[in-house]
Design a binder for this molecule. Structure first.
Ligand SMILES: Cc1cc2nc3c(=O)[nH]c(=O)nc-3n(C[C@H](O)[C@H](O)[C@H](O)COP(=O)(O)OP(=O)(O)OC[C@H]3O[C@@H](n4cnc5c(N)ncnc54)[C@H](O)[C@@H]3O)c2cc1C
Length: 343
């Protein structure tokens, strides 16, 4: 029996594993795909994330996980009326597969064990332990279990709100040219291009163009995408030579009145599996912060399981406040975001 089993080797899972292993706990981190696994992402690392990684992993982000242009200078939002808002910062541009593997490797160096290419399919909480069931009839026991399986996690716990109610993202990688600065992430808030934002960023010379819709409005995806591309052609001289690839993904359906699912008793959730995600889809910082908050709550209350969740909620309160502040900022730019509600 190990101390903690973690599902998912994304930023939330890697942070939980690193923090707990550094404190001397026996940790098993599990990942359903073979590492390095693919994750659809713009790969924008904000300044806050760079700081968190330095604090919790004691390291700078290495060049080998970055893509060109490696420095991200910030986000530029264009609102419903075409007004531009610039948020300058010293961020980075990374490929998620190598970035997440690098984080997980640091947890392994601290003593965490990894099982990849294997899914956790269920877990059950008892007064003294959690029983975790993997595919291929493999089982493990632990004192605690942290679900860091992201928005698309398939762990059968109680209910999984993210599965019923989520956003579908669609992005394509193109070879081509456009009259926009490749050092920025551009988010377009006009309602004719998406139900959240439509975006453009550059990775290793490829233009990444994407949009997002609610899962029950998936039929509107192609219309939004075509309208956005036409807008980029007309307003910014988008010129496409070749389509390299396309991908669909999901993310939690975030709203200003979001609620976080921290878990209960010996089963905790962190990152997107708990509902942490900042508006416009910046989720790496909240995954790392919530992973840290969950791990710290377990480490400090290991023999007092009834205190763990309440401590976790306290530890993560700043992360929740940050999410709320981001919503205020968006509402200031566009009323559409102020009026989004859970029902
Ligand atoms: C198109 C797109 C663009 C984005 N761009 C950005 C960006 O530029 N910057 C940013 O900060 N955020 C961005 N995000 C959000 C960011 O990717 C997520 O918020 C972040 O990855 C969440 O981290 P996580 O650790 O919670 O989950 P994930 O990174 O999703 O990791 C979860 C892991 O758990 C594994 N897993 C799932 N189920 C199981 C199971 N049953 N057993 C074992 N393993 C399991 C998965 O395979 C996965 O590896 C973007 C998201 C999308 C979809």
């Amino acid at each position: 029996m190990c101390d903690v089993i973690i599902a998912g080797a994304g930023p939330a899972g890697a942070t939980c594993a690193k923090v707990l292993a550094d404190k001397g706990f026996s940790v098993l981190i599990t990942e359903r795909h073979k590492l390095p696994r693919y994750k659809s992402c713009s790969g924008m690392i904000i300044e806050k994330t760079i700081r968190l990684i330095s604090d919790y992993f004691g390291s700078d982000i290495p060049d080998r996980v970055k893509c060109a242009p490696s420095d991200n200078k910030g986000m530029i939002f264009v609102n419903d009326e075409g007004n531009e808002y610039r948020f300058e910062q010293k961020g980075l541009n990374v490929w998620r597969s190598s970035f997440d593997s690098w984080l997980t490797d640091m947890a392994i160096d601290s003593g965490a064990k990894l099982i990849d290419n294997r899914s956790i399919i269920s877990c059950a909480s008892f007064s003294d332990r959690v029983d975790v069931e993997f595919d291929k009839s493999y089982r493990e026991k632990a004192a605690y279990f942290i679900n860091c399986g992201g928005a698309a996690n398939s762990i059968i716990l109680t209910d999984s709100p993210s599965k019923k109610d989520f956003i579908v993202t669609y992005q394509c990688f193109f070879r081509g040219t456009i009259d926009l600065d490749p050092h920025y992430f551009y988010a377009f808030l006009q309602p004719e291009f998406s139900q959240y934002d439509a975006w453009l960023n550059v990775k290793d010379g490829m233009l990444v163009i994407g949009t997002a819709v609610k899962n029950n409005d998936i039929g509107k995806l192609n219309g939004f995408y075509s309208a956005f591309k036409v807008h980029l052609e007309r307003s910014y001289n988008l010129n496409i030579f070749e389509k390299v690839k396309e991908e669909k993904w999901i993310m939690p359906r975030i709203r200003p009145d979001f609620s976080v699912d921290y878990g209960c008793e010996r089963i905790l959730r962190a990152g997107e599996a708990a509902g942490f995600l900042n508006p416009m889809g910046e989720g790496i910082s909240s995954a790392i912060e919530s992973g840290y908050a969950a791990a710290k709550a377990i480490a400090e209350n290991f023999d007092r399981p009834n205190k763990v969740i309440s401590q976790y909620i306290i530890n993560a309160s700043q992360t929740e406040k940050y999410m709320k502040r981001q919503w205020h900022l968006l509402s200031f730019m566009s009323d559409r975001f102020k009026n989004m509600r859970s029902i």
